[in-house]
Design a protein around this ligand. Structure first.
Ligand code: AMP
Ligand code: MG
Length: 405
């Protein structure tokens, strides 16, 4: 891709996304146990090691009799529970009590439901007997070596259940990126502390952790003062073990905004240092070999937007999730005053479904420092450049901030 000239020109959100997808290669594969595989991207086909089901099983609770047996009354000669293995040749006039999931004792049988049977001592007769055999035959779901799951999909609960049923207990999946997160700033204190005058609670570290948790990524998180030497020490000791580095705050061009310099010092090339989108004008995207770093503006809402737009794209690329357009369309429930802003804007909103159509309610937002809209934001509406007003009931593009598999 042609990078914005000398990385000084502001890049559009679209350009940032394109670059991010290019510089974040899918990570290597690893085998993980089923309890750790949820949400991970499968990297090899999974096939059936044997026929599914592996033997003919009764699909109801009832009595197995010969299909060709027209007797009015049957003698119950055995009982088969699920888990039993009792092959036998049934004779005319014989029946076997069988539970749901029980292995049929032989071929050419039918199972009559218990609800249609009347038991008299060791005999049984049927009030109803139709052509339904009530058997799940060997291999009727899948044959040996048949591919059950193709690679390239995220492992959902149902898929994992299927994998367990065929004994695939160590699926091959894409590794998760190792993430290092640095929250910078002299003003921030841990949220459990009471801020002194001039200080604020660090909310971004919690936001980043919860955001990454959607991919089940547990980052290494550090809080560093606005001091380049301290930040560099923190970075250098942990950067080697990381695929993705996120630095919160200090991404701007102020005297104390050192992220750009810091990343350059440890060998990163800065591809992007600002965007034409808002919130999130100062945004650094840098690369060093296979490592990618983002300098994110500290404003909590800008943070939320940059994480959901750009960092999400990086994570999806790292884990090899197919890149679909993240944007969807929906209908505005209230009008949105955009005031003709010259920059493409990602407006916090709440989305839901009404009669199968996505609906959007824009949230109150006046500055990217506003936090309160984060209480209910689960979407970002894309407001095009110079849009004055987006009308109620009009269609808009939005991105959901709830990741879906
Ligand atoms: P910066 O990007 O460092 O210039 O910060 C921009 C704004 O975001 C400032 O008002 C900071 O106080 C605020 N900010 C920076 N880091 C955090 C954080 N971790 N949690 C909450 N607010 C922050
Ligand atoms: Mg700062």
């Amino acid at each position: 891709m042609n990078l914005p000239a000398a990385n000084n020109r502001a890049a559009s959100a679209h350009e940032v996304l394109k670059l991010v997808r290019e510089i974040c290669p899918p990570l290597a594969a690893e085998r993980v146990s089923l309890p750790h595989a949820a949400g991970r991207m499968l990297r090899e086909p999974v096939s059936a090691p044997e026929d599914q089901p592996p033997f003919a099983r009764s699909s109801v609770d009832g009595f197995a009799v010969r299909l060709d047996d027209t007797a009015a009354r049957f003698r119950v000669v055995d009982e088969i529970r699920a888990g039993d293995w009792k092959p036998r040749q049934l004779q005319p006039g014989e029946a076997v009590r069988i539970a749901t999931g029980g292995a049929l004792p032989g071929d050419g049988l039918q199972v009559v439901m218990r609800e249609d049977a009347e038991r008299e001592g060791e005999f049984v007769s049927f009030s109803r007997r139709d052509s339904e055999r009530n058997i799940r035959f060997r291999g009727e779901d899948a044959h040996t070596r048949q591919i059950l799951v193709e690679p390239g999909i995220p492992l959902r609960p149902g898929t994992l259940g299927l994998l367990a049923s065929v004994g695939c207990t160590l699926p091959l999946v894409t590794k998760l990126p190792r993430v290092l997160h640095l929250a910078t700033g002299n003003e921030i204190v841990p949220p459990e502390e009471t801020p002194q005058s001039g200080q604020i609670r660090d909310s971004n570290s919690t936001l980043v952790r919860a955001f990454l948790d959607q991919w089940r990524i547990q980052p290494t998180q550090l809080r560093v003062p606005e001091d380049e030497a301290a930040a560099r020490t923190a970075l250098e000791s942990s950067a080697r073990e990381s695929d993705l580095i996120l630095v919160s705050g200090g991404a701007s061009v102020g005297e104390h905004d050192f992220t750009r310099h810091l990343l350059e010092q440890i060998g990163f090339t800065i591809h992007i240092s600002k965007t034409t989108a808002r919130p999130g004008k100062p945004l650094i995207v840098a690369q060093h070999g296979n490592k990618v770093a983002f300098g994110l503006p500290g404003n909590p809402l800008a943070h939320f937007v940059c994480l959901n737009l750009y960092v999400r794209a990086a994570l999806d690329a790292f884990v090899g999730r197919p890149v679909a357009s993240a944007f969807q369309t929906g209908v505005l429930l209230t009008e949105l005053h955009a005031d003709g802003n010259a920059r493409e804007t990602f407006w916090p909103a709440q989305w839901g479904l009404r009669d199968g159509v996505a609906t959007l309610t824009p949230l109150r937002w006046s500055s990217s420092g506003d936090l309160t809209s984060l209480a209910s934001a689960n979407a970002l509406i894309r407001v095009p450049v110079s849009a004055e007003r987006l009308e109620r009931s009009g269609w808009v593009e939005f991105i959901s901030t709830e990741i879906s598999s």
